[in-house]
Structures are given as C-alpha cells and as structure tokens.
Design a protein around this ligand. Structure first.
Ligand code: NDP
Length: 246
C-alpha cells in the first residue's frame, strides 16, 4: 500500500473522464477522501456510484467560472474538513493550425487550461495557507515542453501551467505548500474527441490509437507525488509512452 495517501483529502478538477477519473479510482483504493468536480455531473455520479462514494463527493463545476471553482473547493473543505491536495486537471486540446483562425477554440483553451488552473489556485491557497500545509498538482503536458505545428495555443497554455506551478512553488515556501507539475505524453482518454477540425482529429486519433498508454500511467505519477513524506516536494514529472518519439 502507498504511504501518506490514506485519509488525505484530494480535490480533483476535471474528474469526470480520462486522467482525472482514473486517478480518483486509484486514490480511493488507497484510502484517500476525494471530492470530484467537472461539468458533467451525470458522469461524476456514475463514478461516485462505482467507487461507493456519497453524494457530497461530487460537485458540478465549470472551471472557467471563478466563483464556481471557489464554491467547489469550499464545498470540499466544508464536507471533508480540510484540503490536502488540489489536482488542477481540467483541460481540452482542440488542435488546429493558427491560420485556420479557430479563435473560439483558442479562447476556450485559455479559459479552461490556463485560467481554470489559476482559479483553482486562488480557491485552494487561502485554505492551505491557514492549514500551513497543502499540495497543488497541475496537469501540463509534453506540449508544455515543446511546440509543434497545429498545437500552438494548446502548447502555450501548457507552458503557462508549468510557469505558474514553478512560480507558485517558489512563493509558497512560508506556508509549507508543495507544487507538482505532471506532463504526460499520449494517454488514452476522451481528449482527442473534442477536436473540431476533422482532418486534425483523424491524425491525432490515429496517433493515439498507435501510441497512447492507459490512464493509470498518470494516476501512478499523482500517487508518487502525494505519497512522499511532507518534507519532500516532487516538483515535476514528464513521461511518455515508451514508443512515443516526440
Ligand atoms: P478528457 O477529455 O478525458 O478529460 C478532460 C476533463 O476536463 C474532463 O473531466 C472534463 O470534464 C474536464 N473539463 C473540461 N472542460 C472543463 C470545464 N470548463 N470545467 C470543468 N471541467 C472541465 O481528457 P484527459 O483526461 O486526457 O485530460 C485531462 C488533462 O490532461 C487535460 O488538462 C489535458 O490537457 C491533459 N493531458 C492529457 C494528455 C493525454 O494524452 N490524454 C496528454 C497531456 C496532457 P467535463 O467535460 O465533464 O466538464
């Protein structure tokens, strides 16, 4: 059994599918007390039923709305008494070349991937400062380390997530708060289902079909970071499927 996970209150934004949902499954197995947020409340309720969690373990939240994110985190603290870990994991990846001017997609990525992470930090930080402990884990990407044609805005948001996480890490030393960036390569989830350009969607889906690994790969990284003793702060994890070149 992993150390230091049992009874921790772990709040996951973006828990209704993919990486967040699988991380919730693995954490519950290890005895964590999770609170799960996303827009699709029906999916969250299904997951709660699968994991035998009570209704208070799920919360409908759109991370683009700062008040909703605050209400989500406050709900978690109200029902669980504290917040040990916030996993800022909500995100979307509607890739397309800049010249196609999919400006609505650009805005959605900035709102969810970037501002959503900031709103999560804003909601959790006051509680963690009061507690003099806490751990904020932000999901970046291999795209947070490099840029490729077609993924420019996504990559920009994921670079920003890394910058914010590292800046946060440096600023919260007085409060005993930890900050971890996790940057996955291709993992099988619903991420590629929301690409609006059919040719781009096909290319990405083919790539994922050939290379992506299961979501427990990500969950293990989260567990590794959380399971460290309180004086060890895992700042950054970058992983890819073994077969993924770039
Ligand atoms: P999924 O599409 O399966 O999951 C995305 C999650 O984000 C869902 O729970 C979704 O919930 C939530 N979400 C999206 N928009 C919002 C919103 N406005 N408010 C609240 N929640 C929202 O994909 P993944 O599991 O792959 O994605 C999780 C994270 O991992 C993302 O940040 C993604 O960028 C990152 N990532 C994924 C990789 C991969 O290969 N899968 C690789 C690198 C990074 P709902 O729709 O119910 O609101």
């Amino acid at each position: 059994m992993a150390q230091n996970i049992k009874d921790k209150v772990v709040v996951i934004a973006g828990a209704s599918s993919g990486l967040g949902a699988e991380t919730a499954r693995q954490l519950v197995k290890e005895g964590a007390r999770v609170v799960l947020g996303a827009r699709r409340i029906d999916r969250l309720k299904e997951l709660a039923a699968e994991l035998s969690l009570s209704d208070e373990a799920v919360f409908q939240v759109d991370v683009t709305d700062r008040n909703q994110v605050k209400a989500f985190v406050n709900h978690a603290v109200a029902v669980r008494g504290r917040i040990d870990v916030l996993l800022n994991n909500a995100g979307l990846m509607p890739h397309s070349p800049l010249e196609r001017l999919k400006i609505d997609d650009w805005e959605r990525m900035i709102d969810v991937n970037l501002k959503g992470v900031l709103f999560g930090i804003a909601a959790a930080l006051p509680h963690m400062q009061n507690q003099k402990s806490g751990h904020i884990i932000n999901t970046s990407s291999v795209a947070g380390h490099q840029v490729r044609p077609g993924g420019v805005v996504y990559s920009a948001t994921k670079h920003a997530v890394r910058v914010i996480s590292e800046g946060l890490r440096q600023e919260v030393k007085p409060y005993n708060i930890r900050s971890t960036i996790i940057s996955p390569g291709a993992v099988k989830t619903e991420l590629a289902d929301h690409i609006s350009e059919p040719d781009i969607a096909k290319g990405i889906k083919d790539f994922y079909e050939n290379y992506a690994v299961p979501a427990d790969s990500f969950a293990r990284c989260v567990m590794f970071a959380i399971s460290q003793p309180e004086d060890v702060d895992i700042n950054e994890i970058l992983f890819r499927p073994t077969a993924q070149q770039l």
